[in-house]
Design a protein around this ligand. Sequence first.
Ligand SMILES: *Cc1c(COP(=O)(O)O)cnc(C)c1O
Length: 467
Amino acid sequence: MSSLRNIPPVDELLQTAPVQALLNMYRREFVVAELRRLLEELRVGLKTDKTKYSSDELKDMILARLPEILEKSRTGSLRRVINATGVPLHTNLGRAPLSPRALDRVNRIAAGYSNLELDLARGARGSRYAHTEELLQRLTGAESALVVNNNAAAVLLGLTAMAQGREVIVSRGQLIEIGGSFRIPEVMKQSGARLVEVGSTNKTHPDDYRRAVTEETALLFSAHTSNYRIVGFTAEVGMEQLVALGREMRLPVMLDLGSGVMRPPAAPSLGPEPTVAECVATGADIVTFSGDKLLGGPQAGIILGRREYIDAMKQHQLLRALRVDKLTLAALEGTLLEYLLGHPEQNIPVAHMLSRTPENLKEDARDLARKLKKALSGYRAVASVDVIATTDMVGGGSYPTDQMPAWGVELRFNGVSLDRISSELRDSRPAVVARRQEDALLLSVRTLLPGDADELVGVIAALPALS
Ligand SMILES: *Cc1c(COP(=O)(O)O)cnc(C)c1O
């Protein structure tokens, strides 16, 4: 009990020189609130800790911990992470890092006022969707375009505006779930459209669609099975075939591409995927895809297609709830401009990562290994640092079965568990997320951004587990 009584009061702590110094850096209410929390924590701890502490000892303990607690709060919960997994579109790590052009647009537009919904030429109210519409038309050949919050929203809006209360025909092989939260049957239900499944999981033929069409049919829908692949004895009705079926049955066709490739990635190991422009050119009435998958832009859902359908979506009440803000539009405009007039493979991080050859990845891995060896020489807990060949995945549900040849640095440790190393890496600033390969830590270099390698070396050299 006596230790509890020795806890110094907040007022007394606030008078000390170290806390006075902190008050110059942080808002007073915040410091007081954090002090109170720290004292409460201490009180709880002292109930089980039978050690006797003097008032001065407790004061020292508090003053030693406070700066660190304040500093941690200052950096916020959303933190920068060095991605050493080699997976460029890592959904848990925020998918696509933005290009300099996209960031520049965000900076310019978000810091001030803009013509977001003002038609400057006419001096009249304009549409926020106009800014990216023309760029998307030019890049893809689509008649009309609309951008919403994400691709899930794009599919929901499309189904709602085109098929609410009516039937939508989908192949059983495409009733997919993406990331545990986006399921075609669920989205269909939400939209008020009735799902009509045709074919079997591995085979669907044109006649399956023909037989399913009724008076109630509003739409033929196809989802690109971008995050898994059924291999072996399979048959799906291809895009062109589905579009031809739509013509024959006088029904619109909607394609959910998921990833959407604006330009084919230069990575030779990635299988051929049709580009967005090729999908539009099939004559599909609506095509949707994500802004932050292979496009390499901000989270967004891009809807392309025939004007009459896009206009119906623009007028739909639901759009108000799914609309994108100026930050997204600015970043998307920058990304699209890079595709139109810049050098996407150099400047859009995801496109750049996918275009890396094994040879230049190997060079980066060698460089990283050299720096690590230098920084970690004399660390007894580090057993080895080696450059090794590996394979990377694209991530984000794109190219599910394609492995890209890659290089990385493998670290082995003496007497320290990989669990502890991984946990300390995640707790570092910036945090580091790497791969584990059996009993080694693997740093894949593909996803390191400029400057990351040096910081990564610094973080590893400072891990408490290795000291
Ligand atoms: C990823 C994906 C979605 C969901 O897109 P978000 O932009 O993450 O909402 C929908 N359909 C397919 C086929 C996808 O791959």
